[in-house]
Design a protein around this ligand. Structure first.
Ligand SMILES: [Zn+2]
Length: 386
């Protein structure tokens, strides 16, 4: 991994071995942590283990961030080495912890879009086809600050996870920094904000793990690097004094520093109360079909209303995996911006499915499980993303 930095490679190898050696104790502590959250805050935490081909990272959704009311938190945990799993799971659990503590303090909020995406595209001088870039900024500006807080809190609470977290962070930075945004045309202030956010994440890794790595070095002194330093210092200033719900303020602070103070808005109501009701179009009326709505609202897909149930699954997974492959930030907290809320079907109608499920009939068995897995992954966190 570290072709030009043998000392970083040595640290990496040593930490990997340490993580493997401490796996059993790490597992025990994380299991205990999960139980403590469940009993302390009163909601079970459902962990779905994803398959090897289902993307990297993890997705977490607290009780209040579900689009359909339910009484449990959910975590989709991507496939990873067994010795990395405790740290990966603990990361998602800490996200839930932050939300639960905010709820108990009466300050929990749902992230909602300040404006519809189309309006934001115009406002930031982006072309209509650049929605992916906008989603990236929305995602980075949320995930970078909150993940700093999550990881710093974890290291304080579970020092045993540090070796595995270091390895995870190095793997993440390798993907994060490999992204080449230079060929993409976009307004200069937008590019600066994106670059600063991902660079701040690199700086955090270097600083947090005792400068064993030099991910930030190429950016030091550049405009992105300078802005990244401001972001990191904002985090350092907040962290020791952080109160329940402080992560929402940190996200807003990051937005101000990068020059996009109006990216996010917050609502104290749970997500399921904010989701606009949509009715799937009747059969034959078009192919701009809201997949999640059909799956979640009816619990089954009505015969004739969907071109093919398997086509939906494949399309969602294709979108998901293509995002995961290109974007190191994919599939992290509320990173459902990476999944289009609407799947645009091609101009050519697909033939009616032979396997369509009759109206009102709930899916069971293998197919039902797949629906639940996908419903956790593809629900946009922001009501306005719908
Ligand atoms: Zn996270």
């Amino acid at each position: 991994m570290f072709k030009n930095n043998p000392s970083a490679q040595m640290s990496y190898d040593t930490q990997e071995q340490l993580a493997k050696d401490s796996r059993a104790e790490a597992e025990r502590q994380v299991k205990e942590y999960k139980l403590k959250l469940e009993t302390g805050f009163g909601f079970p935490i459902v962990v779905n283990e994803l398959g090897a081909s289902q993307g990297a990272g993890g997705t977490v959704r607290s009780v209040w961030n579900q689009r359909v009311k339910c009484e449990h938190h959910s975590i989709d945990l991507a496939h990873c080495d067994a010795w990395l799993r405790p740290a990966r799971l603990a990361h998602e659990l800490m996200h839930i912890d932050l939300e639960c503590r905010a709820d108990v303090a009466g300050v929990r909020k749902t992230n909602v879009g300040k404006r519809p995406l189309k309006e934001m595209l115009r406002l930031y001088d982006l072309m209509p086809h650049q929605e992916g870039l906008l989603r990236k900024l929305l995602s980075y500006s949320m995930n970078v600050p909150v993940d700093m807080l999550v990881d710093a809190s974890l290291l304080r609470q579970f020092p045993i996870l540090k070796p595995a977290m270091f390895v995870s962070a190095c793997r993440f930075q390798e993907k994060n920094l490999a992204q080449d945004l230079s060929r993409e045309s976009m307004p200069a202030n937008f590019r600066a904000a994106l670059e600063a956010l991902r660079t701040a994440s690199a700086l955090f890794t270097d600083e947090t793990y005792g400068h064993a790595t030099r991910f930030f070095a190429p950016f030091r002194g550049t405009p992105a690097g300078k802005m990244a330093e401001q972001l990191y210092h904002a985090f350092l200033k907040s962290f020791p004094l952080i109160k329940p719900g402080g992560h929402y303020e940190l996200v807003d602070r990051f937005g101000t520093i990068i020059g996009f103070p109006n990216l996010h808005a917050w609502d104290p109501r749970p997500c399921w109360k904010l989701v606009p009701v949509q009715t799937p179009k009747p059969a034959g009326s078009g192919y701009d079909f809201n997949v999640e709505q059909a799956i979640l609202d009816t619990g089954a897909v009505s015969a004739g209303s969907v071109p093919s149930y398997d086509a939906i699954i494949k399309q969602v997974m294709r979108e998901k995996n293509s995002q995961a492959g290109n974007d190191g930030f994919s599939l992290r907290l509320d990173d459902d911006f990476s999944i289009p809320a609407k799947i645009q079907w091609g101009a050519r109608p697909a033939p009616p499915s032979k396997t369509a499920i009759p109206d009102g009939q709930r899916m069971e068995g293998k197919r039902g499980r797949r629906v639940r897995e996908i419903s956790h992954q593809c629900i946009p966190a922001m009501a306005s993303a719908v």
